[in-house]
Design a protein around this ligand. Sequence first.
Ligand SMILES: NC(=O)c1ccc[n+]([C@@H]2O[C@H](COP(=O)([O-])OP(=O)(O)OC[C@H]3O[C@@H](n4cnc5c(N)ncnc54)[C@H](O)[C@@H]3O)[C@@H](O)[C@H]2O)c1
Length: 465
Amino acid sequence: MKNSFLAIALLAVLALSCKQADPYGYVVKDNQIVYNTPPRPADQQSMLGFAAEPIENVRVGLIGLGDRGTGAVYRFPYQDYATVVALCDLYPERVENAQKILEELGAPRAKYEYSGEEGYKQLCERDDIDLVYLAVPWQLHTPIAVYAMEHGKHVAIEVPAATSIKECWDLVNTSERTRKHCMMLENCCYDFFELTCLNMVQKGVFGEIVHAEGAYCHNLDPYWDVYQGDWRMIYNREHHGDVYPTHGIGPVCQDLNIHRGDKMDVLVSMDTDAFSGQEAADKRYGKGAYKYANGDNTTTIIRTRKGKTILVEHCVVNPRPYNRMYQLTGTKGFANKYPNEGLALGNEHLENVAYDDLDAETYMSDAERDAVMEAYKHPILKDLEEKARKVGGHGGMDFIMDYRLFYCLHFGLPLDQDVYDAAEWSSLVELTEMSINHGSMPVVMPDFTRGEWDKMDGLTLAMAE
Ligand SMILES: NC(=O)c1ccc[n+]([C@@H]2O[C@H](COP(=O)([O-])OP(=O)(O)OC[C@H]3O[C@@H](n4cnc5c(N)ncnc54)[C@H](O)[C@@H]3O)[C@@H](O)[C@H]2O)c1
């Protein structure tokens, strides 16, 4: 008994010292998991505010032509500043399908076609492509993005950009060393309500934002069969934590100026057992074939350096309506997107309220809300909204996201989302799992900007004029 206790203690010490030796690892200290922030190597420079040389017409190589990548093929021909020149997927028939879509839309067929496990390498090695746009399974995001940057390409990566802290640092280090953009394609930052709220936040309409909430609650039951090679169910089956955090965290981090004046410091995460998740796995693989790890509901709370809090939720197996939450609580107002878009501004009317009047603090009427939203419509929506709604892609936000990416590359402007956003938002995948695996222990987050989180004064969506 005594010997086995000693052996376990020895193993624990060994495991801890291995983690300490890992520059991207963590130590457990004072009941907290503290992640390392390794110093920046001498051959790297910060990418904060980075702008590349303008590109007249962005030549795009699109890798991954499943559900999401095919959606991009439908949208790209409507873009002013970009052309698809190369297509790549594991399966050649998906490449041909994408070519047909381009033809149907009156766009030229892509000049280059690649397929197979490693076809992406040939695409990245070309010298007549400016941007590699990735819509592959999560497990391939960082390896392909790193390969593309190493071969002189800017990259745009579907969400989440990385699945581990090591991968987050790989993206940061490669982007800093190669001086190539690495943007995560967090489309929810471009939805109409979120963009206009961002404008209102920046104009001080809500006062100081003290708390924000975001979520990804989407019952994936009808979709599990869609994912090539079962990649999504496999990832969820094997991992605890918020494995898809960026739709929830992205827009609210922009509102809170994360790494542009504030930083996410500490998080705590907790999950339920896998009730519906286990049922879904049993249905898919046979009863008891796998123990499903991912909790039906994962809740994470994050505290920022400036004393704000963020709550993020992940739930993809229970039968509940789609919800990204998007809720802002400020010192002067409140915004809420789901289930109904609502605004509550100011409390001047709250004089002489009866003690038991629970309806005193109300949302604005729909007409008042619409008038406020119109008055504060984000400037980038003014010219784009109509076209975006017509082209679509989650109602238009995907079109706006692509437009902003190509517009900024065309005019040589900093992108709306930089590599630090990609790393910070994606880092929740590992950090939440780590907290849960240690009994919801607080996790001190790494600083991907390496101390430069307060160098920039808020988020700017750059405009050419
Ligand atoms: N932002 C959003 O709203 C949104 C929505 C859906 C999916 N996504 C993201 O898009 C990505 C793809 O999701 P999906 O639903 O299209 O999955 P999918 O399984 O339908 O598509 C993935 C595609 O990648 C291809 N692929 C696999 N290995 C490859 C390789 N080595 N080289 C080239 N191609 C390869 C597959 O053949 C498949 O066609 C994921 O990261 C997902 O999270 C984002």
